[in-house]
Design a protein around this ligand. Structure first.
Ligand code: TYM
Length: 336
């Protein structure tokens, strides 16, 4: 008899708003691709999370499809992976409500991303922004996830997810798998090109980040203008030379070169040559994605097929978890 070995499960999500950046690529999307053969993976475009800031509906719709096209263009195989829109699987919202009742205000108040976003959107500090990490916990726990590939900025949210999952399990028995994080060895926190002590973010001004869809000449221009310092050394020292350290991390993440090898190769040659080498590595990584993106984003029938099958397959798994949760907590049964 053929024996099927159960693969471990991965879940991760990316918000569709704005331009996906090199940070999203190195911190998350690239790992999605590296892990797709070994694991049973779900990758979601988390449009419900995007609602925490005001969105233009037509723009959001476009951004959702753009993000799905980038997922596919980056090499994710929709047969092997479940790629879907979060809002098309209503169980995310259903479980989030229940988990809200197992999450403490104090825990949410400690979330650094909430504090940052509340400062950035002072005119719209809505309840969704506050409970955002609970929805994220629901995303992950809904699929009995073992591993979550994310960048460093999501570590605190993952910790909260683990705490809430464990708290629930302590009351009702082993309902949820408690997930681990999976972080890139280098590049878990790609920094802004203009203010290298801040994370590269798609919601910041254009010249601070490289978008996955930026054309090669733009990438080169942005990297040439990236802030370095006046030491003129290519040595990895994030405290003293955060700009150079960031560019070294990008090069290391994309080329596999160690920091020492980068220093040996580029130290003493001037920043121009070093920055061009970083640009070459970034272009080599992104250009093939851009070529495939143009084809994929124009193929509506293909996108339709991916989104429909993704939502169906994700719903099946989500449904199984929710039946278990409903029964455990004592909701009224559908059948007496
Ligand atoms: P989001 O959309 O801000 O970012 C998507 C992924 O990219 C990573 N990332 C970075 N990595 C390195 N350097 C950077 N500068 C950088 N910027 C972003 C993020 O860490 C993330 O892995 N709340 C999440 C989305 C989400 C999610 C989930 C993730 C919702 N539910 C469940 C995992 C599991 C977010 O806003 O990511």
């Amino acid at each position: 008899m053929e024996q099927q070995i159960q693969k471990k499960r991965i879940f991760s999500g990316i918000q569709p708003t704005g331009n996906l950046t090199l940070g999203n690529y190195i911190g998350a999307l690239r790992n999605f691709n590296l892990l797709q053969d070994e694991y049973d993976c779900l990758y979601s475009i988390v449009d419900m999370h995007a609602m925490t800031v005001r969105q233009n509906p037509a723009e959001l719709r476009k951004a959702c499809l753009r993000t799905m096209s980038i997922f596919l263009a980056s090499g994710l195989d929709p047969q092997k992976n479940i790629i879907y829109f979060q809002s098309q699987v209503p169980q995310h919202a259903e479980l989030a409500w229940i988990l809200n009742c197992f999450t403490y205000m104090g825990e949410l108040q400690r979330m650094t991303q909430f504090k940052d976003k509340a400062a950035k959107h002072a005119d719209n500090i809505n309840a969704g922004l506050f409970t955002y990490p609970v929805l994220m916990a629901a995303d992950i726990l809904l699929y009995q996830t073992d591993l979550v590939p994310i960048g460093e900025d999501q570590r605190q949210h993952l910790e909260l997810c683990r705490d809430v999952g464990q708290r629930f399990n302590a009351v009702y028995g082993d309902v949820f798998t408690i997930p681990e994080g999976y972080f890139p060895k280098v590049g878990a926190r790609v920094m802004s090109l203009q203010e290298p002590t801040r994370k590269m973010s798609k919601s910041d001004p254009e010249d601070t980040y490289i978008a996955i869809l930026d054309k090669p000449e733009i990438i080169r221009k942005k990297l040439r203008r990236a802030v370095t310092d006046c030491e003129n050394r290519v040595v990895y020292d994030p405290e003293k030379q955060p700009g150079v350290a960031n560019l070294m991390s990008i090069l290391s993440a994309l080329s596999g070169m160690s920091m020492d090898a980068i220093t040996a190769e580029y130290d003493g040659k001037g920043y121009g040559i070093f920055k061009d080498a970083v640009a070459d590595a970034v272009i080599a990584a992104l250009e093939p994605i851009q070529k495939r993106y143009d084809e994929i984003s124009a193929d509506k029938a293909y996108l339709q097929e991916v989104l429909q099958s993704g939502a169906e397959r994700a719903s099946n798994i989500a449904h199984r978890t929710m039946l278990k949760v409903r029964k455990k907590i004592g909701y009224a049964p559908f059948k007496l």
